[in-house]
Design a protein around this ligand. Sequence first.
Ligand code: GAP
Length: 462
Amino acid sequence: MSQTLMEKVAALCKRRGFIYAGSEIYGGVANTYDYGPMGAELLRNIRNLWWNNFVHGRDDVVGLDASLISSHKIWDASGHTAGFSDAMVDCKNCKGRYRADHVIEDHFAKKGTEQNVEGLTPEEFKKIMVDEKIKCAKCGKIDWTDVRKFNLLFPVHLGIVEGDQSLAYLRGETAQGIFVNFKNVVDSTRVKLPFGIAQLGKSFRNEITLGNSIFRTIEFEQGEIEYFFDPDKTNWEEIFNGFKDSMWDFAVNKLGVNADNLRWRVHSDDERSFYSKRTEDLEYNYPFGGFKELWGLAYRTDYDLNQHIKHSGKDLSILDTQTNKKVVPHVIEPAVGINRLMLMTLCDAYTEEGERSFLKLKPSLAPYRAAVFPLLANKPELVEKAREIYKTLQKDFRVAWDDRGNIGKRYASQDEIGTPYCITIDFDTLEKDQKVTIRFRDSAAQERIAIDQIKDYLIQNT
Ligand code: GAP
């Protein structure tokens, strides 16, 4: 049942231009996706909403846009080159390749139990797979290779002369760009503790995934904030709980997701990184496999800044002018995947009512705020008036124009891309009342409103 929902969402995404498989006409590249005209708009709306909410909407957060390609020394210092790895296992029979932790977790989930796989060695993974007689999900055989660790970072070789190339990495998270620029931001702006630096942009991880659409991909967009504070002066739990509230509010009130599909999960001591004092995940009930990580919130202490102080030899402390004391701030980090927010939003918005399927997106998120139709495409006077209204609305909103097919078909295609309002110009508009018919996506009800009130109506109903 739930798998069927995912299939329906995936089919709609392809059919209506939200998400396509990457490099499709050449056979595809696994775990890459391209965003079509509707997907590009939805992604942009979510991205802008995140930035407006967490950067422009706060007095204590500034933005940053760091390079995607970065020195390998950054990733040595952060611990990613040594420890940022997953355990991989192959089926010798069908050549299927899996993450060992996912194989084991899925096996226990099917049995209705849970198994903690954090921190296991490759040998321990293999032992569980053998003891439990776990079968390959594709071919049903038990014929596994040994479990091997592989690093998730993508290396990049800079320079054109072989032998004279230097190693860099595509960033595996946006967070490190913030830590290495911490001093630059402090020295070039007027921020003072406590404050946050936010970044929105692509990250890259050589992931093996189970193909749940854009949930886990090798190239994805993150929205991260490193919130710096002096632990002697600021209560970390207040900051932590403040972010919990704003993350929940963002998902429920800004993205319009049903709160019953969200929950918090606290990381156990085994699962948490050794430097973290507390980590919690906001999880969403995705229609494949139930609750899964949407957004992480971690108290990372002063670990990252201290690592960069140690490896770079630079002083990244900040002077407290009141006490004249140098402080290496601690950080609390909310980190989310923008694509994962989009997948959640699409799954949650997908609605079926009788014959009708539609995306119940908040108007402020929908690819188009409204669609404008002339009742008949072959009546120049209707087309002219409709065009005039369309052009006027286009100054303030993203609006669709459609004069193809009958009105029913136009409604159906706008419903499926989540357009909340369809505006039809008919003969009464011209001859009688200077009003249009506005039809609402969710109720399919219709109303007449005056042309000069359309803009205000769309502004008020977001
Ligand atoms: N700086 C901390 C950090 O990167 P993470 O839990 O690895 O933490 C944060 O990633 C968020 O980024 C996740 O909660 C998820 O939303 C998103 N994310 C991580 N890996 C992803 C992937 N391969 N594809 C899509 N989103 C991903």
